[in-house]
Write a protein of this length. Structure first.
Length: 337
């Protein structure tokens, strides 16, 4: 068998990779030079190939194990590895509580520093950091409106949102975001907007009354799917920040004192647009967890979510990095956002 040099495994850009895996009740190992996961069926063991050169993230859930050789090959290919509880949500108190999942990014001495340098240039300025948070939120709203109105898959599944009401929510939210004097006000506005989006998604699917429950506190299908799907977005967020060499602790909005906050910030770019509507659609159609997960992964891939995350982070880093170098800048950072 011809061995593929490790350097060739990175020829597919992360933003163009198609696969994101969540695995449970299996073993991940290297077999014949390939990374595979093994499931047991009676007395037989079934081997399934993982195309690591075309994979962004592997989440290992309940009942999984992985060999050192498999971790080495995943790292060579630049695949983000995460350990989590069942269905992508935490089960153990000992988990990394910053992200509710323990992330193991591939190690490399040659990660890019261009965007990290631009990011830290503005990050220590409260006004510019707030401006960057507003810029991410505005990009989030634009993506939300675009996907809810234009997704062919959502239309085929019967998701019929009131686009006029959605536009009204966004129109009211944008100036409120721009006027927010601090991150606490920004988070308050985000929470208010989220409640309205849940209501619109519930109405668009005929789901009925809905209240967002704390993670693990509800048996409601939509809440469970939201929890599950959000971790897929976190996987892409962790990948996007790793690709650009941005540490997870340099958050601009969420968890500034927790080292995983930037992944939350980046995941927000696609959670409302992709995960939220699919959670309600799948709940109404009685989807299994696996069907919901596959629908989310397909939607994230078709909408080029990772591309969007990376491009948005690049733009924010470049824009606010330049402002930090300028002789003078506004303390609020609001106009730049």
């Amino acid at each position: 068998m011809t061995q593929i040099p490790a350097s060739d495994l990175k020829t597919i850009l992360h933003s163009k990779r198609a696969n994101l895996y969540y695995l449970e009740h299996c073993r991940v190992l290297v077999n014949g030079g390939r990374v595979e996961y093994v499931t047991d069926q009676g007395k037989a063991s079934l081997y399934w190939n993982i195309p690591i050169a075309n994979t962004t993230t592997v989440l290992l859930g309940t009942g999984t194990s992985i060999t050192q050789a498999a971790v080495r090959e995943l790292a060579k290919a630049g695949v983000m590895l995460g350990f989590c509880g069942g269905g992508g949500t935490p089960l153990f108190a000992g988990m990394e509580r910053e992200l509710e999942v323990a992330w193991f990014p591939p190690q490399s001495e040659y990660r890019p520093t261009e965007y990290l340098q631009a990011w830290v240039r503005f990050w220590f300025d409260d006004g510019l950091r707030l401006g960057a948070a507003k810029a991410l939120q505005k990009a989030r709203l634009g993506r939300l409106q675009q996907h809810w109105a234009g997704s062919k898959s959502l239309k085929e599944q019967g998701f019929q949102p009131d686009l006029a009401a959605l536009s009204a929510v966004i129109t009211a939210t944008l100036p409120a975001l721009g006027a927010a004097p601090d991150t606490m006000s920004l988070l308050t506005e985000e929470a208010r907007m989220s409640k309205q989006l849940y209501r619109l998604a519930s109405q668009a699917t005929g789901y009925g009354e809905f209240t967002r429950a704390k993670r693990g506190d509800s048996t409601d299908a939509a809440n469970q799917f939201l929890d599950h799907g959000n971790y897929l977005a976190y996987g892409l967020g962790a990948t996007a920040t790793w690709v650009l060499g941005l540490p997870h602790g340099l958050a601009v909005l969420h968890g500034k004192t927790r080292r995983g906050g930037l992944v939350f910030d980046v995941a927000d770019l696609v959670k409302d647009a992709v995960i939220l509507p699919q959670a309600f659609v799948s709940a109404m159609q009685g989807h299994s967890e696996q069907q919901f997960r596959q629908a989310c992964i397909s939607a994230l891939t078709r909408s080029e979510a990772l591309d969007f995350m990376i491009d948005t982070l690049k733009e924010v880093a470049e824009t606010f990095g330049r402002l930090a170098r300028a002789p003078a800048h506004t303390a609020s950072g609001g106009d730049a956002a």
